[in-house]
Design a protein around this ligand. Sequence first.
Ligand SMILES: Cc1cc2nc3c(=O)[nH]c(=O)nc-3n(C[C@H](O)[C@H](O)[C@H](O)COP(=O)(O)O)c2cc1C
Length: 265
Amino acid sequence: MLEDLIRRNRSYRRFDQNHSIALETLRELVDLTRLSASGANLQPLKYILSCDPETNERIFPHTRWAGYLEDWDGPAPGERPAAYIVILGDTEIKKSITCDQGIAAQSMLLGATERGLGGCILGSIEMEGLRQTLDIPQQYEILLILALGKPVETVEIEEVGPDGDIQYYRDDEGVHHVPKRSLSELVIGEYGKQFRISGAANVKPRSLSEKPTIARVSLAPDGQAVERNTRRRSHCATSRTFRENQRRLPDASASRSRSVSPTGS
Ligand SMILES: Cc1cc2nc3c(=O)[nH]c(=O)nc-3n(C[C@H](O)[C@H](O)[C@H](O)COP(=O)(O)O)c2cc1C
């Protein structure tokens, strides 16, 4: 399911470096993103792939990791990415590329996650050094690097607290925590009918600082309106009708763990 895939698709920064990734896999990921949206359908992105340990070792010094973790210099030897995809913009096709690379990176990361891999989008790059190292012609603007591997860390999503701090952090057990803003903080305007099934209106909106529930209404494939709650069960509305509605959905009643393990298990 797409939502599960997106939840599992976290930024991982520590990998089992011995778990190699085949060039064919990297080519598959680019082939996947080749089908993604592109402004004016210009498709100006080009890619350099590396799963060669020696080349990887030359790429790594030009990458910058987890700026908020001030005491951490990035993955240690043995935990470094097994592969990189360097995303370039062909300036002969388009001078300034602002959006395509993000879509491409996300498509490839989702593809990697689906394959039991993980990775991190890197925008903080020592550009000139990388250009020299990989002998990248000036025609190509270096946009992003996708670092990939078999993750060996646990990442947990949590809600941004009342202090509004969005900085990720690592706890004493080495678990990486990523605060995400609530849906209600993101949606600043809504027009249109609230589409609810009868009796489910007991899911009351709360104040911005509380907002532990994200109640959503969508259409099931059979055209039925369904309401789901993406948060822990303890936060679910207690209305009987709502519970009944949940029971009708095969997966909505299962409480979702916010912890994301590398394998997604
Ligand atoms: C455009 C972009 C550039 C990024 N650059 C870096 C980077 O240079 N180094 C890094 O460690 N993480 C980088 N990240 C990863 C973000 O820090 C990460 O997405 C954020 O902390 C949220 O974590 P999540 O991806 O698990 O939701 C980048 C992400 C994006 C989208």
